[in-house]
Design a protein around this ligand. Structure first.
Ligand SMILES: Nc1nc2c(ncn2[C@@H]2O[C@H](COP(=O)(O)OP(=O)(O)OP(=O)(O)O)[C@@H](O)[C@H]2O)c(=O)[nH]1
Length: 602
């Protein structure tokens, strides 16, 4: 199809403002899928995504639309993940488009991620088409939100389409706006090939499938291709597009969006953000903006049953095929045995991976508290990247420690500004700005140590603002800080998996709270358990779990055998999540308890 009749667009929105539902409506409206083939939330591929209602991997669908001007248009809808953890993927998807629908919930209005996504879209020079969704809600106030969009974003919202993805209102108007407002792609089909990879995944039969936007040139079956970052050359075996089902095409040319298959077995050979070109007629330059995503949050994953170690490795291998941003390497813990240190883009990414391992691979896991990567300078002048408290050198060998700092933008109703500020202060935040957005909403910007945010910042923020605050953040820099290692000892033995790196001012308080929390979590055993918190060699707190007096079965004397069996079963169930640490049995909860202390502290 000629370029003038093509449109490439994404939908950007704050979480839950209705992006996926609207995408489904648009697909439906253009008749891309038959009723019987339709699944709820079609764009969300995995079961987990459906259940949580979030979109993890981006994907593109080619639609055909007969517009009111009598012309037939090819419209490529490129789905983007909405969460802050995945902003890099959002950015790549946006780079493949000329425009974006900016979906705003007509009752909630502009939120932190609306703004963050708008900035990403503007960086990519996209034409923004505002849509006010959920106008079916009695609480919808389209006029007020229209004004808010103009004030906050500076975007003319006079013609913003009023829509309801739920009631299928305004869908045709949205398609008309796409055709009218979003420019057709530019690009030169005669020039050397430059194809931007904006998504890739591993298919067990085809190998790596990658989604591209052809910026210049053409690609067809049989072409030899290579990427600017990868070293090897591959032969294209198939090109095509999804509608949403895969279809082969003769070729993809400048302005098109589609998939390429080239028998690639290693997902790391084709990285999202990289540029593909042809070996016979190579482009001189990669497209701008290639940036490697680095994991920001680390956690140890251990099988509850050490016999499952190999299964965990296999499962991680498989997950890695579809998720190039996940990293892992083997690690051992005295307390937990053999496991893996895994790196994630953020907390949500971490939760998703953990849940997939447990649900799809039926693994029972013990996870350690998340940490960030520290830059530790030793007294010999060497710098070490430390993502595990146990790797921290002895205090006398440490010259200084630097921790990652983020810039967090929090948007909330003005009534909650006080709570948000208090929370940020507690978390060692440095205030950067407080800005009124429209008449009642406020944007609070703080520099915060990522280490404090990975603990439980998000939950605390939600509960302190009754769910009304939204958060977006970006990495800023590494900054020197006074950090110390806090250890927990059980019967005199330091438990490596319970160690934490914390700021020296909060260490004392955290240690004491953690010891109390451990006493509540660790069940009584046949002997007394001493719980101590220590900073360096200094013990700062002690709690005791008294020895057990009663046999669980004692109260069943004379009772029937099935009841006894039930009790034992129940005990066994509980034991599954227990880890033997020295002589002490420690439940899974204990390893995450560090997340539960500290917010109320100070
Ligand atoms: N009343 C009403 N509810 C809607 C409308 N559109 C979406 N919803 C509901 O809003 C919730 C969120 O919708 P999603 O489409 O999952 O939102 P999303 O923006 O894709 O969310 P993420 O995938 O998490 O980014 C769901 O419960 C939808 O049923 C609408 O027009 N009206």
């Amino acid at each position: 199809m000629e370029r003038q009749k093509k449109r490439n667009f994404s939908i950007i929105a704050h979480i839950d403002h209705g992006k996926s539902t609207l995408a489904d409506c648009i697909i439906d409206f253009t008749g891309a899928i038959q009723e019987r083939e339709k699944k709820e939330q079609l764009l969300d591929r995995m079961e987990l995504e459906r259940e949580r209602g979030i979109t993890i991997k981006s994907q593109a669908i080619t639609l055909h639309y007969h517009a009111r001007d009598g012309q037939r248009y090819e419209i490529n809808l490129i789905d983007t993940p909405g969460h802050v953890d995945f902003s890099y993927e959002v950015s790549r998807s946006l780079a493949a488009c000329e425009g974006a629908l900016l979906v705003v919930d007509a009752s909630q209005g502009v939120e932190a991620q609306t703004l963050a996504n708008v900035y990403l879209a503007l960086e990519n020079d996209l034409e923004l088409v505002p849509v006010l969704n959920k106008i079916d809600l009695p609480s919808a106030e389209p006029d007020r939100i229209r004004q808010q969009i103009e004030e906050v974003i500076g975007l003319d919202a006079t013609d913003a389409v009023e829509a309801s993805a739920k009631e299928k209102i305004g869908i045709e108007d949205i398609l008309e706006a796409i055709v009218r407002e979003i420019p057709p792609p530019e690009g030169d089909a005669e020039a050397p090939l430059q194809a931007l990879i904006f998504d890739s995944w591993f298919d067990p039969y085809q190998g790596v499938i990658f989604m591209v936007r052809i910026i210049n040139g053409t690609i067809t079956k049989g072409n030899k291709i290579k990427s600017f970052q990868g070293r090897k050359e591959y032969e294209v075996t198939q090109v095509g597009y999804f509608d949403p089902f895969p279809h082969s095409a003769d070729q993809l040319d400048a302005g098109s969006v589609g998939f390429i298959i080239a028998g690639i077995k290693d997902i790391h050979e084709v990285k999202v953000g990289d540029t593909i070109t042809r070996s016979d007629y190579p482009a001189k330059e990669a497209l701008p903006g290639y940036k490697e995503v680095k994991p920001m949050v680390f956690s140890g994953l251990y099988p509850v049953d050490s016999a499952d170690y190999q299964d965990l490795r296999d499962a991680l291998d498989k997950l890695l095929l579809n998720d190039a941003s996940l990293t892992y390497e083997p690690e051992t813990s005295v307390a937990l045995g053999f496991g893996f240190r895994c790196g994630f883009l953020g907390l949500l990414h971490m939760e998703i991976i953990q849940e997939r391992l447990e649900r799809e691979y039926k693994l029972q896991l013990i996870t350690t508290a998340p940490t960030v990567t520290y830059q530790v300078y030793d007294t010999d002048g060497n710098c070490h990247s430390v993502d595990n408290p146990t790797q921290l050198p002895e205090p006398q060998h440490i010259e200084s420690i630097e921790e990652p700092i983020i810039l967090a933008n929090i948007m909330c109703p003005e009534d909650y500004v006080g709570q948000v500020i208090t929370l940020c202060q507690q978390k060692r935040g440095v205030q950067k700005a407080i800005q009124y957005i429209g008449s009642e909403r406020v944007m609070v910007s703080y520099e915060l140590p990522l280490n404090e945010v990975v603990m439980d910042f998000y939950d605390a923020l939600k509960s302190n603002t009754r769910g009304y605050a939204s958060l977006d953040y970006e990495f800023l820099e590494y900054r020197a800080s006074k950090l110390v290692k806090l250890d927990i000892l059980l019967n005199g033995e330091a438990v490596d998996a319970l160690s934490l790196i914390v700021h020296h001012e909060t260490a004392y308080h955290r240690g004491r709270e953690l010891a109390v929390k451990m006493r509540e979590i660790i069940p009584r055993q046949m002997f007394e358990v001493a719980i101590q918190a220590a900073i360096g060699n200094k013990i700062i707190a002690r709690e005791t779990v008294k020895a057990m007096r009663k046999n669980v079965l004692a109260k069943c004397y004379g009772g029937d055998i099935t009841r006894k069996k039930k009790l034992l079963e129940k005990q066994k169930e509980g034991k599954k999540r227990m880890k033997q640490v020295g002589s002490v049995e420690v439940p899974q909860e204990a390893f995450m308890a560090v997340l539960k202390v500290g917010t109320e502290s100070k």
